[in-house]
Design a protein around this ligand. Structure first.
Ligand SMILES: [Zn+2]
Length: 405
């Protein structure tokens, strides 16, 4: 006897079902079926070989025939249920967990929210759900948990309204405070009137929530005015933009430099702080141990203007004299269009955009390990990997929910 999931024809061992829970790339029921089949065949061949060997020994004239012992021929190999049936059993098993998944998602809240949409997840929908949706939109929180999600035919206010209203109602019912920020990759501001997002989240916006544009999305928009990202000045421009929006916290940076110096104080004694950062502090360490602050719209404007003016000239040419920008007009009109978002990227005053995840030690110096709450990066990363985490090449709604929970 073993714990099984019963379909109307056969029972499937729960341990087989669990194999499909593995959220790795390319985990499909066919793959699980092949693995189970291989284990069965291997097992059967061992029995088959053993009994066949015994049967040859009892042939007339063979040694053991004198004992007149009867050996039975091996039983025929039993056929495995199809991958289709295994998948059916998996979905039956998952249906039992829906309530748990639902409760998990419904009891997730947050202060710094992010909203992002993707088309990739929906392409995996098959069965009854096939072709019924185009977009997968989700709201995540600062802990990279999913607060809510919806599948829609289009990314319109009309379609997103039920999810947004539902989330706001849920926060209110649970006595949760209004979130402080919502990060988006578009629709942050408009010349006149409320934006689509402001009408979608009216209750929260009225309650003080601010809508912010994801900084890296803003930086990425400048790519449209650039000749090619393989240009030798591309990285310089990108880091100039990032540096124009955000600056490193001086105290955090000094602590990190001190920790890196502690590896070999005598050798590093003559190295300046600037060279320490340039040569010995990895970008990974900067990312995790040094917090960044937004510089304010005016300062960002000034710095971006300097970088663009500089790169329009000889500094923006590569070895063959080709300019980084497609044309002066292209970069100027892009810059002009993006200026209105300078305010949308600023951190709200008095708000800490980091939390200390843990304390780490670098060369014996205690250094906090920060997690950044800013931006929609984590949610985009999640959307990128979600299609691979959903088991099967094509899937149904239930698998999507299971993968999110
Ligand atoms: Zn904006």
């Amino acid at each position: 006897m073993f714990p099984a999931i019963l379909t109307h024809r056969r029972g499937v061992d729960k341990s087989v079902i669990r194999l499909l829970r593995d959220r790795t790339e390319g985990n499909t029921m066919i793959k699980v079926w092949r693995q189970v089949q291989e284990n069965h065949v291997e097992d059967y061949h061992r029995k088959d070989l053993y009994t066949t060997l015994l049967m040859t020994l009892v042939k007339p004239g063979a040694i053991v025939s004198a004992f007149r012992h009867q050996f039975e021929a091996p039983p025929p190999q039993r056929e495995m249920p199809s991958a289709h049936l295994l998948r059916h059993a998996f979905l039956l098993a998952e249906a039992e967990n829906v309530q748990d998944y639902r409760s998990q998602i419904l009891s997730t809240f947050g202060t710094v929210l992010k909203m992002d949409s993707t088309k990739k997840v929906v392409k995996k929908l098959s069965g009854e759900g096939k072709g019924t949706a185009e977009w997968f939109t989700s709201i995540g929180n600062e802990y990279s948990q999913i607060v809510s999600f919806i599948l829609t035919c289009e990314e319109s206010t009309e379609c997103l309204k039920p999810m947004c209203q539902g989330v706001m109602d849920r926060f209110q019912l649970a006595n949760q405070p209004v979130p402080k920020i919502l990060y988006v990759d578009r629709g942050c501001c408009r010349a006149q009137g409320p934006t689509a997002l402001e009408s979608l989240f009216k209750t929260w916006v009225d309650g003080g929530m601010v809508v912010r544009l994801d900084i890296f999305h803003w930086i990425h928009r400048f790519d449209a005015a650039i000749r090619t990202d393989s240009h030798s000045k591309y990285a310089v421009f990108k880091s100039a933009l990032a540096g124009a929006v955000m600056a490193y916290n001086r105290a955090d940076l000094e602590l990190l430099i001190k920790a890196v110096r502690a590896k070999d104080p005598t050798a590093f004694n003559r190295v300046t702080d600037e060279d320490m950062v340039r040569l010995y502090v990895s970008s990974e360490r900067l990312k995790h141990h040094v917090r960044r602050v937004t510089l304010g719209a005016q300062e960002t404007f000034r710095l971006v203007q300097i970088a663009i003016d500089e790169l329009k000239g000889p500094a923006g040419l590569d070895e063959s004299g080709v300019s980084l920008f497609k044309s002066t007009e292209a970069i100027d009109s892009m810059w002009e269009a993006q200026q209105r978002h300078l305010e949308c990227m600023q951190d709200p005053p008095e708000m800490s955009m980091y939390r200390v995840a843990r304390s780490t030690s670098i060369n014996g110096v205690d250094v906090p390990y920060y997690k950044c709450l800013r931006g929609s990066n984590s949610l985009e990363g999640f959307h990128k990997f979600l299609p691979q985490m959903i088991p099967g090449v094509l899937s149904n709604m239930l698998s999507v929910i299971q993968s999110i929970s």
